[in-house]
Structures are given as structure tokens and as C-alpha cells.
Design a binder for this molecule. Structure first.
Ligand SMILES: NC(=O)c1ccc[n+]([C@@H]2O[C@H](COP(=O)([O-])OP(=O)(O)OC[C@H]3O[C@@H](n4cnc5c(N)ncnc54)[C@H](OP(=O)(O)O)[C@@H]3O)[C@@H](O)[C@H]2O)c1
Length: 386
């Protein structure tokens, strides 16, 4: 190789030069271009001006990359020049992630949670491992405990053995060993087992996530004219934008002060489900028939749907979680500690909900919606936009 690099000191920084005279490459290096990992003492060295085609020096593995939050996290990391290892199960589920980074920067690896060698291959070159694996319902192969506790602990253990510097585990707000929800109980168990396996793991507890592909606003808006609400349910939830949570997770890559901490990431305001339905109706400009049903009937409905339909629908535990108000712990950190100001549901929901509007007032400004509705009633002009 005739193009190696000279490293010369000047003032606080230094200059990197390519010895090949045709190269013309000269780059200023500063002390902040190097990060020494506290746990492993490994150096992380940045190259380039920053951004997609630079090298952040980090290699991150994102388990659960094919999910809703995963795609936003992979996009954020790859955009910073981090090489991202994306363990996947289904060939078609990971294709969209490849284009998030420069050529060769997003590396898919096929894996199975029960295959230890595959997990080792996915983490052994990494500096940070994110575990986003989760499921809203039990499956015939994986129980809540397996997906949220047993296997995350196994990934954390393997990561520690392989010399990974940082481990970030995504749990859920309200994770509690005494919760009435099996999901929250398994998340609490997962936090405990992960911390045992990787003591300075960062635990992240997001509230209900909303965003374009969510299972929250999309589910509430796609009701086919009906709004089913649980009777006497005054639980208050704080939905949070998926992009804000991904931003916080990406920040944890470089921020050593987040190691060993627990973060609770929730939105700016609390809402009951009735308030959220009101809001969804206001944005989609639809008037649905609202039906209040007892919790026992809602649970029966969810159980029946789950046993009769071959695809995933609302699970009985989803219903249980809808009746639990968000609880915050005093010793957990929040968005404020990361200097992130979360976006409000009111400001961001239109990007998710607009597609539920009728075409006649799809992109009409708020003051033109009534006129558009009147036009629609008279069936004069089908489109008001040109
Ligand atoms: N969405 C929310 O409102 C919310 C709220 C609080 C906490 N969380 C937590 O945040 C994390 C990310 O949520 P999300 O909404 O992005 O979840 P998601 O869309 O359901 O994605 C879950 C991910 O986990 C993977 N996964 C599930 N079971 C697996 C198994 N048995 N083996 C291997 N991979 C498995 C899925 O892979 P496949 O594509 O191969 O199935 C997918 O990549 C989860 O831990 C979730 O519990 C989510």
C-alpha cells in the first residue's frame, strides 16, 4: 500500500495527510474525534466531516431492526456513518434498511434467538448492541417471558463475553413485576435479567409509540366507523413520537454518561383513550359511532379474534394495558437529561392520520374542511385541490 497516513501534532489538533502525492487528502483531527470506551477502554476514532459517507468509528448491532422503532434507529445510526449490523429473520423484512447507509455500512446477518452462534456473529465486532426485540402478544414459539426476558438476557450475556462496550435494552414504560399485564411483568423481568448479565446496560422505557407505521394511532383511526372504548376506563397515557425515541437511542451510542442509567421516554401530555379518539376524529374529520363496552367483553372479543384469525390482531394483554395509567419512577432519567424536547401528539399526528381523511378534504386547510364537506354533500365537485 503506498497511501498510508502521517499523524502530526499541531496546537490542540493534528493533521492527517496521505503520503501519496496524488491523493490530495488532508484532514484536521481533534481531541474530540477520539472516544475511549469506559467499560472496555477501546478507542473509537471518527473519520471524515460527519454524515452518511463518513465513519463514526462505531459498529452497532440492532436486534429488532425490522420492527417499527428499529427502522428509525437504523436510519439515524447509518446517517451518522455508523456501521450497523442488522440481524433479521425474514429476508423481505430487512431490505428497506439497506439504503439507510452508505455502501457496505448496513450489514444484514440472518439469526434466530435460539441459535447462540448466530447471536455471537451478530455482536462480536460491535461496539454497541441495541436490543429492541419485543412482541405485543404471545406466539406459539415464543412467550412474553422468552422474547422480553430470557433471550434479551442471553444477548446481553453474549455481548458482555464478546467485549461489547455498551448495551442498550428497550423495555416499556410501566414495566412492573406486580403489574396486571403479562407484557409489563415480562418487561420488568427482562430489565432485571439484562442488568444481571450486563451491569452497566442502559434501560430505555418508552411510552406508547406513535408514528407512520405505529400500532397506536393507526389502530384507533382504522375503526371502520366504530370506536370501541372500555367502559369506566380513565387510564392516562403519554404517547411519544417514535423519532424522538430513536433520536435518544442514537445519542446513547456516543454518550458514556448514559451507561447504567434508566430512561423513561414519554410524550408531552397525558390523554385518556376517549380524548385520543376525540383528537383522532378531529384530525381525520370523521364522525364515528362510539360504543362503550365492559372490559370483560373487550377481553373476550380480543381472545376470540386471536384464536380465530390467523394474523395478529389486538391481544387480550393489549386491552389490559389500555386500562393501566402511565407511572413514572423518580430515579429514572427522561428526555430532558438528553436535551431532547419531544414533539407533541397534536403537532405530529397529522403525518400519521392524514391518510384516513376522505379525499375531498385530504389536504384542505382546517378552515376549508367544512366547505369541502358541504361540497361533498351536494356531490358537485369530487376534488377541491388541483
Ligand atoms: N410500539 C410501542 O408502542 C412500544 C411501546 C413501549 C415499548 N415498546 C418496545 O419497544 C421495542 C420496539 O418496539 P416496536 O414497536 O418497534 O416493535 P415491533 O414493531 O413489534 O418489532 C419487534 C421486533 O422484534 C423482533 N422480534 C419479535 N419476536 C422475535 C423473535 N422471537 N425472534 C427474533 N426477533 C423477534 C421482530 O422481528 P421480526 O420482524 O422478524 O418479527 C421486530 O424486529 C419492543 O421491545 C417493544 O416491546 C414498544
Amino acid at each position: 500500500m503506498n497511501s498510508f497516513i502521517h499523524f502530526s501534532r499541531r496546537n490542540f489538533g493534528s493533521v492527517l495527510k496521505c503520503s501519496n502525492s496524488d491523493c490530495g487528502f488532508i484532514q484536521r483531527r481533534n481531541a474530540h474525534d477520539i472516544l475511549i470506551r469506559e467499560r472496555t477502554g477501546k478507542p473509537i476514532i471518527k473519520y471524515g466531516p460527519g454524515g452518511r459517507s463518513s465513519v463514526s468509528g462505531h459498529i452497532a448491532t440492532v436486534f429488532g431492526c425490522t420492527g417499527f422503532l428499529g427502522r428509525y434507529l437504523v436510519a439515524k445510526l447509518a446517517k451518522q456513518g455508523t456501521q450497523v449490523i442488522i440481524p433479521f429473520r425474514d429476508e423481505d423484512e430487512k431490505r428497506h434498511l439497506k439504503v439507510n447507509g452508505d455502501l457496505g455500512q448496513v450489514v444484514p446477518i440472518e439469526f434466530d434467538l435460539r441459535n447462540t452462534d448466530a447471536i455471537v456473529s451478530a455482536v462480536r465486532h460491535s461496539d454497541i448492541v441495541y436490543n429492541l426485540i419485543g412482541r405485543d402478544y404471545d406466539t406459539k414459539n415464543f412467550s412474553y417471558e422468552a422474547v422480553h426476558a430470557e433471550y434479551p438476557a442471553k444477548i446481553a450475556e453474549i455481548s458482555a463475553e464478546q467485549g461489547v462496550s455498551r448495551f442498550v435494552h428497550v423495555s416499556a414504560l410501566n414495566a412492573d413485576a406486580r403489574s396486571t399485564s403479562k407484557f409489563y411483568r415480562s418487561k420488568a423481568l427482562g430489565e432485571r435479567l439484562v442488568r444481571n448479565a450486563f451491569p452497566d446496560a442502559t434501560i430505555v422505557r418508552p411510552a406508547y409509540l406513535f408514528g407512520p407505521e405505529d400500532r397506536f394511532l393507526n389502530r384507533l383511526a382504522a375503526t371502520g366507523g366504530w370506536e370501541l372504548l372500555i367502559r369506566h376506563n380513565d387510564a392516562v397515557v403519554h404517547p411519544v413520537n417514535v423519532i424522538d425515541v430513536a433520536k435518544a437511542l442514537a445519542m446513547m451510542q456516543t454518550s458514556e454518561s448514559t451507561a447504567g442509567e434508566t430512561y423513561e421516554l414519554y410524550g408531552t401530555k397525558g390523554y385518556t383513550f376517549t380524548e385520543i379518539y376525540d383528537f383522532v376524529g378531529e384530525v381525520t374529520k370523521k364522525t364515528n359511532t362510539r360504543v362503550y363496552i365492559p372490559k370483560s367483553i373487550a377481553l373476550l372479543y380480543a381472545r376470540l379474534q386471536n384464536s380465530l384469525l390467523p394474523w395478529a390482531t389486538i391481544s387480550p394483554d393489549d386491552i389490559e394495558r389500555m386500562t393501566i395509567s402511565d407511572k413514572f419512577s423518580e430515579d429514572a432519567k427522561t428526555f430532558g437529561d438528553l436535551d431532547i424536547e419531544p414533539v407533541s401528539l397534536e403537532a405530529a399526528a397529522i403525518t400519521v392520520l392524514r391518510r384516513f381523511r376522505y379525499n375531498v378534504y385530504f389536504d384542505a386547510p382546517p378552515d376549508e374542511v367544512e366547505a369541502a364537506k358541504a361540497t361533498l354533500k351536494k356531490r358537485k365537485v369530487p376534488f377541491i385541490h388541483t
